[in-house]
Design a protein. Structure first.
Length: 272
């Protein structure tokens, strides 16, 4: 009996049963990504925390000591690091997802498995890094004698989930486009560089004129950063409307990315 495997017709759907059947492949890809990232490095996993720590020092000197940007009553180093932990995850997840299909073309063209597993593995892997960086963040709060509040820890998993949704949705879209147009990997660097300064990482939301708040609100990274600060440090009252907007935008990005990926995957083997 010959079984023909073809792309699904109509609107693309997530076949959770099929993904669950191939869960071991997902575990293997995640573990491979972790090993490849730190293979033949001198300090190994310390590179995970080196970059945000280095950026924290530079930003503290430039934007706090020289530019005198306010930090909502908490040490600026803690203020900026609370934004960098989300940015580090989003940046790594998006870059990884964008290149995932191109780098995984050998296995993609040889055997059948749910194609979503490849970009999913690259957006799940940086969550390990996020945990390590957050532990360093807790150490910094202890060093600067900043007392965190419980609400911030309760809200943290949902804030991470928002980042995951947006990074995965954008990653699915970019990975699909990158299969046909390899320029995407170069354009992405410029886009992320501009996006970094459009998110309130190095400055508080209060410095942005109210007329332009809507531009910042539709950025899915704004809510995780702003709400972590307001709940963990009690810098202000939590803006739950911002949380709702960010979740809706992230969910839309995820669905759009999923639909585009599903519509494009029939061409992956031919284009790669």
């Amino acid at each position: 009996m010959i079984q023909v495997i073809g792309p699904p017709k109509g609107w693309p759907k997530i076949d959770f049963k099929d993904i669950w059947r191939h869960r071991e492949l997902l575990y293997i890809l995640i573990w491979r990504n972790i090993k490849v990232r730190y293979k033949q490095t001198i300090v190994g996993i310390a590179w995970v925390v080196f970059q945000p720590l280095f950026n924290m020092v530079i930003f503290t000197i430039v934007f706090s000591k020289i530019a005198k940007i306010p930090s909502e009553g908490v040490p600026y180093s803690i203020f900026v690091f609370s934004g960098l932990i989300f940015w580090a995850y989003f940046n790594a997840a998006l870059y990884g997802a964008n290149m995932s299909l191109v780098e995984g073309q050998n296995i993609l063209k040889k055997v059948y498995f749910p194609r979503l597993i490849i970009p999913f593995s690259t957006t799940i892997t940086p969550l390990v890094d996020f945990i390590l960086v957050f532990l360093v963040f807790l150490g910094l709060m202890a060093y600067f004698k900043v007392t965190p509040h419980l609400l911030g820890f309760i809200l943290l998993p949902f804030l991470i989930f928002i980042c995951f949704l947006s990074a995965t949705g954008l990653g699915l879209f970019l990975a699909s486009v990158n299969v046909r147009y390899r320029d995407v990997q170069y354009i992405l660097g410029f886009v992320l560089q501009a996006m970094f300064y459009a998110v309130p990482i190095i400055y508080p939301l209060s410095v942005i004129p109210a007329a332009y708040h809507w531009l910042v609100y539709i950025n899915p990274l704004t809510a995780p950063i702003v709400l972590l600060r307001s709940t963990l440090f009690k810098t202000s009252e939590p803006d739950w409307h911002l949380l709702a907007i960010s979740f809706i935008v992230s969910a839309i990005l995820f669905v759009v990315g999923l639909i585009y990926f599903g519509r494009s995957e029939k061409y992956f083997a031919d284009e790669l």
